[in-house]
Design a protein around this ligand. Structure first.
Ligand code: COA
Length: 183
C-alpha cells in the first residue's frame, strides 16, 4: 500500500488504532480475519455463509466503494497496530433525511479493549463534521449486550424495539434502535 493511497481516507484514532476507507487491497486480510472468526461472528451476523473466499470479500468492498462514491455508505477497515481488527461504517446514509446507520464487527481477540467505542465515536465525528448528518442510528439485536453497550456508553437514546427485524440463520431477532441527534 503506497502512502498516497493510504492518505485517501485514513484516520488515526490513537497511536495504535486507525480506520481507513476499505479498499480491495485489504480483501485477503479481511477475509482471513472473517474466516478465523466465523463461529464468533455467526452468533449475530447473518452473512457468514455467503463469504467463503477472498473474492467474496473483495466484491463486497468494491460494491461498498461504488456506494461510497454515490454518497450512500462508508465502509472502513479497522487497523490495530497495523493489523486488520474488524470493520465498521455507515451501512446506509440517507442523505434526504440526514441519517446515518452504523454497523460494525470486530475479531474476537480485539474485543474488550474499547476499540469499537472509539471507532464509533470517530464515525460520529465524520457524520457531524463531514457528512453534516442530523442523526446517527445504531440497531442491535436485543440479546447482543456487548453491541448495545456501545450506543448506551456514548449517550444514544433508546428509541424502541423492532420486532423480528432480522433473520439470523434459523432465528428471528428483535432489534433495539438507538439514535443520537447531532443538531
Ligand atoms: C459488539 C462488538 C463490536 C464490541 O466490540 P468491543 O471493542 O469489545 O466494544 P467496546 O469498544 O464497547 O469495548 C468495551 C469493552 O472494552 C473495555 N474497555 C477497555 N478500555 C476501554 C475504553 N477506553 N473505553 C471503553 N471501553 C473500554 C470495556 O470495559 C468493555 O469490556 P467488557 O465487555 O468486558 O465490559 C464486538 O463484540 C463484535 O464485533 N461482536 C460480534 C459482531 C456484532 O455483534 N456486531 C454488531 C452487530 S449490531
Amino acid at each position: 500500500m503506497t502512502g498516497t493511497l493510504k492518505k485517501m481516507f485514513s484516520r488515526k484514532i490513537t497511536p495504535n488504532l486507525e480506520i481507513r476507507l476499505s479498499l480491495p487491497q485489504y480483501a485477503d486480510e479481511i477475509f482471513a480475519v472473517t474466516d478465523s472468526n466465523r463461529s464468533f461472528l455467526r452468533e449475530w451476523l447473518p452473512w457468514l455463509d455467503s463469504v467463503n473466499k477472498s473474492d467474496d470479500t473483495r466484491n463486497f468492498i468494491r460494491e461498498q466503494l461504488h456506494r461510497f462514491a454515490r454518497g450512500e455508505a462508508i465502509h472502513v477497515t479497522i487497523f490495530s497496530e497495523g493489523a486488520v481488527a474488524g470493520v465498521a461504517g455507515y451501512n446506509e446514509i440517507d442523505s434526504v433525511n440526514g441519517i446515518g446507520y452504523i454497523g460494525y464487527w470486530l475479531a474476537e481477540k480485539y474485543n474488550g479493549k474499547g476499540i469499537m467505542t472509539r471507532v464509533v465515536l470517530d464515525l460520529i465525528t465524520i457524520a457531524r463534521d463531514d457528512l453534516k448528518l442530523q442523526k446517527v442510528d445504531i440497531r442491535c439485536a436485543t440479546e447482543n449486550t456487548r453491541s448495545r453497550a456501545i450506543p448506551e456508553r456514548l449517550g444514544f437514546t433508546h428509541e424502541g424495539t423492532l420486532r423480528r427485524a432480522e433473520r439470523v440463520y434459523d432465528e428471528w431477532l428483535d432489534h433495539e434502535v438507538y439514535a443520537l441527534l447531532l443538531t
